[in-house]
Write a protein that binds this ligand. Structure first.
Ligand SMILES: [Zn+2]
Length: 304
């Protein structure tokens, strides 16, 4: 399966041209930049172990690792840090990236309380509501209300909201869901949808079409319905599965699949729609070209 993942990897083709580049940081963590402006979504590099989570030990974001990553991505290029929901694997590191970059942290009221608890100043906290739109450089981001996938034993883990500043270290269960956003990101080079958690609301994408969907696939339940309601509904031309990796292991260990993610099954289902969209995988921690699409999808390259 890992070989298959490798065979579909996006590459640096077209890098250096006008366009939008993507760096996947594992989980739903994505850095998108056009070279002038950078949007960092759900960055999570501390990757606490299974035993830390299971024994409800306090999660201490790895500031040194976060600093290294901010440096590597280019802290001056990180214009905003956006969180799609407040679970630890989306929100625990985000305020510290914002601090490193001097950038605002954007998300629900729950996310803002994660930022407050981490010591971000009020001027750097932006609470958004469903339907709201914010512009950073040439990127315009619409926050679309979504729902979380039934990720653990058919249920949404850690529901509820974070109503007080959440001071780390705090146990995983303290990172309550808050609301869930899908992010519709428009740029002159094309439109990207970050759909970080594998739930959906029927009709949420009525009238919306995109070029690329970054599709969180862990905890997705029925793959056909999921593809139908997100990738096909938005008429995406390129689908990049994210949140496929085992985030209970450190990033330095490289790519391995999250148990239960059923990547093979996802590929088979995705292939049935090859007339509609092409699927590509993102390499872990490497910058690749995403838009314009003709730089990403080489003519004549067949995807199996
Ligand atoms: Zn979650």
């Amino acid at each position: 399966m890992k070989k298959h993942y490798k065979s579909l990897l996006m590459d640096k083709n077209g890098l250096g041209q006008e366009g939008v580049r993507l760096t996947w940081l594992g989980t739903a963590g994505i850095f998108i930049t056009d070279g002038k402006t950078g949007i960092l979504i759900d960055p999570y590099v501390s990757r606490f172990s299974l035993s830390t989570i299971a024994f409800r030990l306090p999660l201490k974001p790895d500031r040194a690792l976060i600093r290294n990553w901010a440096e590597k991505l280019g802290r001056e290029k990180i214009t905003a840090v956006i969180v799609s929901h407040s679970h630890f694997d989306h929100a625990a590191d985000a305020p510290f990236f914002a601090i490193e970059a001097g950038a605002p942290l954007v998300g629900t009221e729950s996310t803002v309380n994660v930022g407050r608890g981490a010591g971000l100043e009020e001027s750097k906290l932006i609470a958004v509501k469903p339907g709201q739109t914010i512009t950073f450089g040439d990127f315009t981001i619409e926050f679309i209300e979504s729902v979380h996938g039934a990720a653990v034993l058919g249920r949404v883990p850690f529901p509820g909201t974070i109503d007080q500043p959440l001071v780390p270290p705090a146990a995983a269960g303290k990172y309550r869901l808050g609301g869930v956003f899908a992010l519709l990101i428009e740029h002159p080079a094309g439109t990207i949808l970050h759909h970080g958690s594998a739930g959906f609301k029927p009709g949420m994408y009525d009238g919306i079409s995109v070029d690329v969907v970054l599709l969180g696939i862990s905890g997705r339940g029925n793959t056909d319905r999921y593809l139908e309601n997100v990738a096909l509904k938005t008429r995406a031309k390129l689908v990049v599965p994210i949140h496929v990796d085992n985030f209970l292991k450190p990033l330095k260990d490289g790519m391995s699949f999250l148990p239960m993610v059923k990547f093979g099954e996802f590929c088979r289902k995705a292939q049935q729609h090859r007339e509609a969209f092409i699927m590509r995988t993102a390499p872990l921690c490497k910058e690749v070209t995403m838009l314009p699409l003709d730089a990403t999808i080489l003519p004549g390259v067949d995807v199996q």
